[in-house]
Design a protein. Structure first.
Length: 158
C-alpha cells in the first residue's frame, strides 16, 4: 500500500526530536552539524532524523560550496494545515449546532410559564418517580438452563 504525503508528514512529526528540528529550521536554515550541537546524539542520528523529514517532503537540503544547509519546505505544511482546517470547521459546525440546541433548551426553561414551576419550595415535594425494578434474578427462569444443578449425592451446601 502506498503511503500518501500527508501520512508521511504526520508520521515524521510524531517524533519529538524531529518536531524540534522543524522548529529550529523555522527560524533559520542550518547544517546537520549545527543541528547536532543542540542534541545529545551523533551527527549520524540527526542526519537520520533529517532523512525522515526529507522523505516526508518537510525539509530539503541544498549545496552552498562545502556547506549543505537544510531548510523547510512550506508546501507540505500547507497540505497539513488545509487537512486539519477542514476537520476543525466540521467540529466548529457541530459545536455551533450544540450551542443552538442548548440555547433553545435554556429558552424553554425560562419561558413565562416555566418560571412558576421552577420556584424552589421550603419543603420539596416527595419523590414521585417509581422505584426501578430490581435486576433479574440470576437463578430465575432466564438462566435456568445454564446453571449447574446441585449433585444430590453430595449433600446440602453448608
Amino acid at each position: 500500500m502506498a503511503v500518501d504525503q500527508l501520512s508521511r508528514a504526520f508520521v515524521a512529526l510524531a517524533d519529538p526530536t524531529r518536531r524540534d528540528i522543524v522548529a529550529r529550521l523555522s527560524v533559520r536554515d542550518a547544517t546537520v552539524g549545527e543541528l547536532a550541537e543542540s542534541y545529545a546524539m551523533s551527527m549520524q542520528a540527526v542526519s537520520k532524523h533529517l532523512k525522515v523529514l526529507e522523505e516526508a517532503g518537510l525539509v530539503s537540503r541544498s549545496r552552498d560550496a562545502q556547506r549543505r544547509p537544510c531548510h523547510l519546505e512550506p508546501q507540505v505544511f500547507d497540505l497539513m494545515t488545509s487537512w486539519i482546517e477542514r476537520y476543525r470547521r466540521q467540529a466548529e459546525a457541530r459545536f455551533s449546532r450544540l450551542d443552538a440546541v442548548l440555547s433553545a433548551l435554556g429558552d424553554r426553561d425560562t419561558a413565562p410559564g416555566a418560571a412558576a414551576d421552577a420556584t424552589p419550595d421550603a419543603h420539596p415535594a416527595p419523590d414521585t418517580h417509581p422505584t426501578p425494578p430490581p435486576p433479574p434474578d440470576p437463578t430465575g427462569p432466564v438462566n435456568a438452563g445454564t446453571r449447574p444443578r446441585p449433585d444430590p449425592t453430595r449433600g446440602a451446601p453448608s
